[in-house]
Design a protein around this ligand. Structure first.
Ligand code: GLU
Length: 500
């Protein structure tokens, strides 16, 4: 099996196209086949190298490695259409010689007027066929005289074109609705329908899996395969990915590109797993599966033909799963960009990564995405006792009998005490405060929490306190914003309380 993903480098990689790439990838990996990446950059005005690199980067980020492509080469290259112009000309010449294509001299303004007239009359626009009768000799003479021409394919009259779409089932078109498509433009660049057939044939593609927006191109392409003497591949057209309102997923719905979801902090394995679930189910009772497992189970004919809805809440749910399953050091490293964004990290090194990895469980238990981690761990970096004592929920804790006593006692116990770098040391201090004040349960823990974190809620103190004091021992060179230790926090909090 040989499949391909053929993006046009005219913008970002939309998640709908990323899903098409993924399905091709799953087919190739599941069957021991070949996954080809081909860049369709024949629209010279809109194609850019920046867009091409960004698309490659997004595909790599998703982990979708290709076996043949513009960067890795392969036996059927080049893999950029702009570098294959000679091949298109060679095949166009064959069709011209066989009378299966002809040169068309219709002025663009005339074609546009015809198009507008058809639309106004409620008819689908279709080339009238004016130049079908221009003989090759006449065409040569007109070109020699300086006229510009395109090459058009002569669509056979009165034919039914049938194909068995692997997703949608049997599809039929009659050639009476198909105008003669342009193969080569007057500037020598090929049109999509022609380039795609020449390339898929020469690259020995066996299965064309692409968006449903190309279904009406397929009969033209099948006729071109026939005219060129190539056997057509199997076709599968995937329903478009829709927004929650059942219209095609677009900017109006928010993020649409892989780059945007990546920047939002989603993990690649989560996006990949989630995209596979749009319109397809791996069966069994488990849908959260690594890509190798998805590939083993994937079957293109099991993909649904109705439109899939992109549901970001479900994506977040999938992401949460992978966030918790991932190696904490990897997540810590990924989270650095977001700590930097908040001004909490700069040139962070291994010590910072190691530290963040150790405190991550406090955050990952309650976040959907990596970018939310800094705010969950904000209490480590931001401690402002004067502001804290003024917070209504903190004031409420402190209003309880004995609460101030607990704070004072805590400050005293901690002054001169070693850092509470583990749970045991913290528990010993709690034990002393308890004994000295006679407070227990909420009456004991709530004041301790507000004094050490400045907040009335947050992660378990057993985790938070050692995290604070281990952070306080980090050298400045680690690259994280300074973390104030529990001893200093308790003293400052007690002072703020006294002066209120
Ligand atoms: N370049 C086309 C697109 O991005 C590819 C269509 C196809 O796969 O044939 O829509």
């Amino acid at each position: 099996m040989r499949v391909r993903f053929a993006p046009s480098p005219t913008g970002h990689l939309h998640v709908g196209n990323a899903r098409t790439a993924l399905f091709n990838y799953l087919m190739a990996r599941g069957s021991g086949g070949t996954f080809i990446l081909r860049i369709e950059d024949t629209d010279v005005e809109r194609s850019t190298r920046e867009s091409e690199s960004a698309i490659l980067e997004d595909l790599r980020w998703m982990g979708l490695r290709w076996d043949e492509g513009p960067d890795v080469g392969g036996p059927h290259g080049p893999y950029r259409q702009s570098e294959r112009l000679g091949l298109y000309h060679e095949h166009a010449a064959k069709l011209l010689d066989a009378g299966l294509a002809y040169r068309c001299f219709c002025p663009p303004a005339q074609l546009e007027a015809d198009r507008q007239a058809a639309l106004a009359a409620g008819r689908p626009p279709k080339y009238r066929g004016t130049c079908r009768s221009v003989t090759p000799a006449e065409a040569r003479a007109r070109i020699a005289a300086g006229e510009r021409a395109v090459v058009r394919f002569r669509v056979p009259d009165d034919r039914h074109v049938l194909f068995a779409d692997l997703v949608r089932g049997p599809v039929a078109f009659h050639t009476s609705v198909i105008g003669d498509p342009v193969l080569l433009r007057s500037d020598g660049h090929p049109a999509y329908n022609f380039a795609v057939v020449v390339d898929d044939a020469l690259m020995r593609v066996t299965h064309v899996v692409r968006g449903e927006d190309h279904i009406s191109n397929t009969p033209r392409q099948i006729l071109l395969y026939e005219a060129l003497g190539f056997a057509p591949p199997a076709f599968a057209h995937l329903a478009l990915v829709m927004g929650p309102d059942h219209t095609p997923l677009s900017k109006r719905h928010g993020a649409t590109s892989v780059a945007e979801f990546r920047a939002k902090g989603y993990l690649p394995e989560a996006l990949v797993n989630y995209l596979a679930l749009i319109g397809w189910s791996p069966g069994g009772d488990q849908e959260l599966l690594p890509v190798e497992e998805l590939a083993k189970r994937f079957a293109i004919d099991a993909v649904g033909h109705s439109a899939g809805i992109f549901d970001e809440e479900k994506l977040a749910w999938v992401d949460r799963h992978y966030l918790r399953a991932a190696d904490p050091a990897r997540i810590a490293r990924l989270s650095l960009a977001y700590f930097e964004r908040e001004g909490l990290a700069r040139d962070a090194g291994d010590a910072a990564v190691e530290y963040l990895a150790s405190v991550l469980p406090m955050a990952t238990a309650s976040v959907d995405r990596v970018d939310e981690i800094p705010s969950r761990l904000g209490f480590l970096f931001a401690f402002d006792p004067v502001r804290a004592v003024a917070l209504p929920e903190v004031a409420e804790v402190l209003a309880h009998d004995g609460a101030r006593d607990v704070v004072e006692r805590l400050a005293r116990e901690l002054s001169g005490a070693p850092r509470l770098v583990d749970r045991e040391r913290f528990r010993a201090v709690v034990g002393s405060v308890k004994q000295a004040t006679g407070q227990k349960a909420k009456g004991l823990f709530h004041p301790i929490r507000v004094a050490l974190t400045g907040l009335a809620g947050g992660p378990e103190l057993d985790q938070a306190v050692p995290a604070i004091d281990r952070g306080a021992e980090l050298p400045a060179a680690a690259g994280l914003a300074p973390i104030l230790g529990c001893r200093e926090r308790a003293a400052a909090f007690a002072a703020a309380l006294r002066s209120r």
